[in-house]
Design a protein around this ligand. Structure first.
Ligand SMILES: Nc1nc2c(c(=O)[nH]1)N[C@H]1C(S)=C(S)[C@@H](COP(=O)(O)OP(=O)(O)OC[C@H]3O[C@@H](n4cnc5c(=O)[nH]c(N)nc54)[C@H](O)[C@@H]3O)O[C@H]1N2
Ligand SMILES: Nc1nc2c(c(=O)[nH]1)N[C@H]1C(S)=C(S)[C@@H](COP(=O)(O)OP(=O)(O)OC[C@H]3O[C@@H](n4cnc5c(=O)[nH]c(N)nc54)[C@H](O)[C@@H]3O)O[C@H]1N2
Ligand SMILES: [Mo]
Length: 772
């Protein structure tokens, strides 16, 4: 992945997030992508009632019913799709795959939109054009040649629409497997697996309206100024009306301090800004479980005191009595928990815990938001359940202005799971598929992302199909993953842009270019809309408006339908009829999922509709029919603890995170404005005293190795040290460059998520010359 970016500049950022800086970068991106005048209009149709859903993030928007909402990183996502640059067959003729492998992810992205289906040719080491029918024929022949359908795996990235995802899961289950590795396995899986045990549903319980009523908003492990910029507008309003906003994050994210709203003429002209966080708590990486447990312990103690003094109770005793089970065991566990352990493991001082507890108990209505900072650790499931416990103690679930708010990433990652992309499908879903479509779906659970890679390496998975995404770069343990992909008999990628996964290929390989969400999707002369579900369970329809990047592109729905048709024929399902009219797929979805009743009629209304979330209504779909308090102990024997016992304080915990100029593995530019990094990506953020401890200085270059017990050397070389406000013992760097350091076997208990925010690492003075 090259080290060509090590020539940048480090300059701390002192302004508010957003503001003129955001506008400047928007202009820069539109220029870089050479977005044509016609396509510029696209930006005004983003998230409009009759426009398209922003392919950026899953944060909901009021604009689907009202006015244009401006978002710097939304513009970048749209510009990346609306670019006038093209990768045509002659580009592939001019560059061998080996040559392209030498380019960075940034360079690959810059070539523009894919225009024609391509097949890999061994003799020339190039991709060559192939007719669509021949491409589908090749897929079908590979799938037919397998001894067992479980030798194929079907990946989904969270941009796929409900229609594409539903058809895909139907095809794959009819073919005979539940192997659905999914980007969410690396993302909010701990939320989706953890919450059902406590509140019954693995989704958030709030809507945007709740933000107008909340007295406090706790933001755990999330960087909205970069990853969900539209959330900043909401936080700005909350802050202005006096709500407390607490950021719980090891990194002192500048973007969470102050925000200048590019949509507020007043703020822009006066160059003023709104303070966002009223309090900043910096736990050590992975310390949130202990921190939340400590706050819960204080809540019980304060309630004991209130009870003894005859004051108003701190616990919501009514909610606990009528809606929950397990409180007594939970409270007993909290009372016996050691303060020493909680302080040491959280890395947070006692008086900070006290202040955080006071904010929590003094607020009538609290919303807890969280992102990847909670989900990508070994103890993620337990952490999210502890947060749910804490919220339940004061009845902060299923009440106006209060609730759980997991903030999802990809714009339709939540919808994809809703409509059946699930390697562990509930029996109820399979029963319904069986009834409606008259086939026997496979019952055995399938492979998630990490298990798919393991199975490829072991030769048990031989065909890989990716509906979007960039599997080779997004996944952990890069050299091992690449070995697995290269051992495959066939790799297929449905994509809009060239990426690493197309170059790290199987014996046979296909690149199938597709329409983006911003583009008109005409089927038999009729424009088709696709539906998506945002992070707050709002479902709405999206219509593209730009001309397709190439006349040869097929929609994702069409690609899935024709792949299914070529493989299974049309005996049971008329695939091609569905590709010709997506409303038929929505009718199918309605038949399988009761909550989608009157689907076509309800998405036709501006703003769409809210999918029922039972926990929001205080209906608990758990075994006990109640919300369940869950006891979990602090784990003091994690890989990090064991590595530290071996290496002492030189052992650091590393998080991998996003810069301001990237969308996951897509690198738009080389700046991370709010963190003060310009023109480079290979950096490690580190505490000043850790620099001293290591005998190093800011500006030194280091090589990084990770510590794991399987004898494999994992390394990433040539990183610049940047002094930063981050707890001692913790460091941060960008993904995907650091993915070679994440051991494949290091996953969240109960969710299988790679622990990409707690990697045990050692830093070494750099050996090589990493300048280009
Ligand atoms: N522009 C842009 N938008 C995006 C994306 C993008 O790449 N670019 N990606 C999309 C996707 S798929 C997702 S999932 C989301 C990701 O959005 P986020 O959830 O914001 O993901 P990250 O950037 O990985 O950073 C998470 C934050 O968690 C903090 N953190 C790390 N470890 C810990 C910890 O142990 N405890 C706590 N409390 N905090 C911690 C980091 O300092 C960082 O501020 O954004 C989506 N939106
Ligand atoms: N170390 C580390 N690893 C991580 C993370 C981390 O924080 N740290 N985060 C994880 C998370 S949260 C996630 S969600 C995953 C992301 O994993 P993925 O979803 O697999 O990766 P992306 O980079 O979002 O995929 C980008 C590619 O999608 C294709 N694409 C874009 N738009 C479309 C479209 O409309 N249709 C189709 N078919 N293709 C399209 C383009 O070709 C582009 O190159 O990465 C995970 N990996
Ligand atoms: Mo994600």
């Amino acid at each position: 992945m090259g080290n060509k970016d090590n020539t940048g500049r480090i300059a701390p950022y002192h302004n508010a997030a957003g503001g003129w800086g955001a506008l400047k970068y928007v202009a820069l991106n539109l220029y870089r992508e050479r977005v044509s005048a016609g396509n510029l209009n696209t930006l005004l149709s983003q998230n409009q009632p009759d426009g398209f859903d922003c392919p950026g993030c899953a944060w909901p928007d009021r604009a689907h019913t009202s006015t244009f909402e401006f978002c710097e990183n939304g513009v970048k996502a749209v510009a990346a799709e609306a670019t006038s640059k093209r990768v045509r067959p002659d580009f592939f003729a001019r560059h061998t795959v080996t040559e392209l492998m030498a380019q960075t992810d940034y360079e690959l992205e810059q070539h523009g939109r894919l225009t024609a289906p391509m097949v890999y040719d061994h003799a020339s080491d190039t991709y060559q054009p192939i007719a669509w029918d021949d491409a589908f024929g090749l897929i079908a022949s590979h799938l037919h040649a397998l001894d067992d359908p479980n030798q194929a795996a079907f990946y989904t990235s969270g941009r796929a629409s409900n229609e594409a995802a539903f058809l895909y899961q139907l095809f794959v289950r009819m073919y005979g497997t539940n192997n659905f590795p999914d980007c969410s396995n690396m993302c909010h899986e701990a939320t989706s697996r953890g919450l059902p045990h406590t509140v019954g549903i693995g989704k958030g319980t709030v809507t945007l309206d709740d933000f107008e009523l909340a007295d406090a908003i706790l933001i755990f492990g999330q960087n909205p100024a970069t990853n969900h910029p539209r959330m900043m507008g909401e936080l700005r309003e909350c802050s202005r009306r006096g709500a407390a906003i607490v950021s719980i994050n090891p990194l002192k994210e500048r973007g969470l301090e102050r925000f200048q709203d590019p949509q507020s003429p007043g703020e822009m002209l006066l160059n003023s800004a709104t303070r966002i966080s009223s309090m900043f708590v910096q736990p050590r990486l992975g310390g949130d479980f202990a921190l939340i447990k400590a706050v819960a312990k204080r809540v019980v103690e304060l309630d004991d005191e209130a009870l003894a003094a005859g004051r108003c109770r701190i616990l919501d005793t009514e909610f606990i009595a009528s809606h929950t089970v397990g409180f007594h065991a939970f409270a007993r566990d909290l009372r016996s928990e050691s303060w020493h352990v909680l302080l040491e493991e959280s890395g947070v001082e006692r008086d900070q815990i006290e202040r955080l507890t006071r904010v929590y108990v003094n607020s009538e209505r609290v919303i807890a938001c969280w992102g990847m900072g909670l989900t990508q650790h070994q103890n993620s499931v337990a952490t999210i359940q502890m947060l749910s416990n804490l919220m339940m103690m004061r009845g902060n679930i299923g009440r106006p202005g209060a609730g759980l708010c997991p903030v999802r990433g990809h714009s339709n990652v939540q919808g994809d799971r809703t409509v059946g992309i699930d390697e562990r499908p509930p029996a109820q879903l399979l029963d319904r598929l069986e009834q409606v479509f008259g086939f026997t779906p496979p019952r055995a659970h399938g492979l998630d992302v990490v298990a798919t890679i393991e199975a490829m390496i072991a030769g048990r998975v031989k065909v890989f199909v990716g509906l979007g995404g960039n599997f080779a770069s997004a996944t952990p343990d890069t050299p091992l993953t690449w070995q697995g992909l290269r051992q495959c008999a066939l790799t297929v990628h449905v994509a809009t842009k060239l990426n690493r996964s197309h170059l790290v290929h199987g014996r046979d390989a296909l690149i199938l270019p597709t329409l983006g969400r911003t583009e008109v999707d005409l089927q038999q002369g009729v424009a088709q809309g696709v539906t998506v579900e945002d992070s707050m369970s709002m479902v709405h329809i999206s219509f593209g408006i730009n001309q397709p990047a190439s006349p040869a592109l097929l929609s994702e729905v069409a690609i899935v339908a024709r792949m299914a048709h070529a493989t299974l024929g049309d005996g049971q399902v008329d695939w091609l009829a569905r590709a010709a009219n997506y409303a038929l797929i929505r009718d199918d979805i309605e038949q399988v999922f009761d909550d989608f009743h009157d689907y076509n009629a309800r998405v036709a209304k501006p703003g769409g509709f809210h999918l029922k979330v039972a926990s929001r209504l205080r209906e608990w779909v758990t075994d006990s029919q109640k919300a369940q308090f869950i006891v979990n102990a602090v784990n003091r024997d994690t890989p990090i603890h064991r590595a530290r016992a071996r290496h002492g304080e030189r052992l650091l915990t590393m998080m991998t995170t996003r810069s301001h100029d990237q969308y996951n593995t897509t690198i738009y530019g080389l700046d991370d404005r709010y963190r003060g990094v310009f023109g480079l990506r290979r950096v490690v953020f580190i505490h000043r005293d850790d620099l001293g401890m290591l005998g190093m200085r800011a500006g030194d270059r280091v090589d990084i190795t990770s510590v794991w017990d399987d004898g494999v050397e994992r390394r990433a070389d040539g990183f610049l040290l940047v002094e930063y406000d981050i707890p001692r013992g913790c460091v941060a760097a960008y993904y995907p460059e650091t993915n070679p350091l994440v051991p494949l076997a290091s996953v969240a208990v109960g969710a299988g998520t790679p622990t990409s925010k707690s990697i045990p690492v050692l830093l070494h003075p750099s050996q090589g010359d990493h300048h280009a």
